[in-house]
Every structure is written in structure tokens, then in C-alpha cells.
Design a protein around this ligand. Structure first.
Ligand code: SME
Length: 162
């Protein structure tokens, strides 16, 4: 594998996501294992943007429970119920949730006290079933925008094609 982890911190976000999308197509060519894809995406997103925590919570009981999947960062909590925290809220609503200030989000689950803002993006499978959520935390306030939402939702379409 000739691909390296890119540093995208100084690249405009829309361009950074286009670059990542192309890199993922290349790195994941011939792979249809969702866990391998989650691990690869976590690594590229985490190190590409310098996030605090980047990873997936998988649906292990539809409508009820998420369990941690591949991630990069410090120890994450292992299970999150639908409706709880930012991840559980995004899972229950089946839509992206952007939290500019985690201290202002009632019920935020604090795994790392340095976390200031986050974005959680739903991951859908082939028949629009929710298979996971992507959770990204930052130590900067208001680190995520509609551009991140667009870019990340685009990357997550990988799982609908499998
Ligand atoms: N921030 C999440 C909890 C998971 S950890 O921070 C990795 C939430 O409130 O859903």
C-alpha cells in the first residue's frame, strides 16, 4: 500500500474532504469489510485534521444500543443508549448533530474533559438501515461546520454501496 496519512489541517475543508474521498476510494479498493473501512476512515480523519477523538459507535441493538467500534484517541465509553448523549441523539434522530459547545448540550457524555465541540454523523447501510454513527470530538469550540457535515456525510456513503 503506497498511500500515506495526509496532513489536511491547512487545506480548505471542502477540498480536504474531496482529497480524502479520493484517497479512501484508492485505499479501500477491493475491500468490502465495514470494520476495515471504519478503522481506515478513523485513522485518516483523525490524523488528517488533528481531532481529539474520531471513531464509530456501531448499532448492536437497533433502536436501543450503540457499542464502540474502531476509533483513534483516548479511551472512549463502550456503550451508549439510543437517545443518550450526542451519539445516541444522532442515532435516534437518524441525522447529523453538530454541537458547537458540549457544555451547553444537556446529557453530553464526557469521555475526555478536553472535548469542547463535536459532530456526529449517521452511517446507513444498503437499505437505509442505521449501522453506526461517526463521532468526532475537538478540543476547539465550534470546530465543525456545514462543510464538515457535507464532507463527512459524503464519506459515509461508502457504507451504502456495500
Ligand atoms: N461525545 C459522545 C460520547 C462518546 S465519547 O466522547 C468518545 C456523546 O456525548 O455522545
Amino acid at each position: 500500500m503506497a498511500e500515506a496519512t495526509l496532513d489536511l489541517r491547512n487545506v480548505p475543508r471542502a477540498e480536504a474532504y474531496r482529497t480524502l474521498e479520493a484517497q479512501l476510494e484508492s485505499v479501500l479498493a477491493g475491500i468490502d469489510d465495514p470494520i476495515a473501512a471504519m478503522a481506515t476512515m478513523s485513522a485518516l480523519l483523525h490524523h488528517g485534521f488533528g481531532h481529539l477523538w474520531t471513531g464509530f459507535y456501531r448499532v448492536v441493538a437497533p433502536g436501543r444500543l450503540l457499542c464502540v467500534g474502531p476509533y483513534q484517541g483516548t479511551l472512549g465509553c463502550l456503550e451508549i443508549e439510543f437517545g443518550k448523549g450526542v451519539c445516541g441523539t444522532a442515532a435516534a434522530r437518524r441525522e447529523t448533530v453538530i454541537v458547537p459547545d458540549v457544555r451547553a448540550f444537556a446529557g453530553h457524555i464526557t469521555c475526555d474533559p478536553r472535548s469542547r465541540s463535536e459532530i456526529v454523523v449517521p452511517v446507513f447501510g444498503r437499505v437505509r438501515e442505521l449501522v453506526a454513527v461517526l463521532d468526532i470530538d475537538s478540543d476547539q469550540p465550534a470546530a465543525f461546520s456545514a462543510e464538515d457535515q457535507r464532507g463527512l456525510e459524503g464519506l459515509m456513503r461508502w457504507f451504502r454501496r456495500r
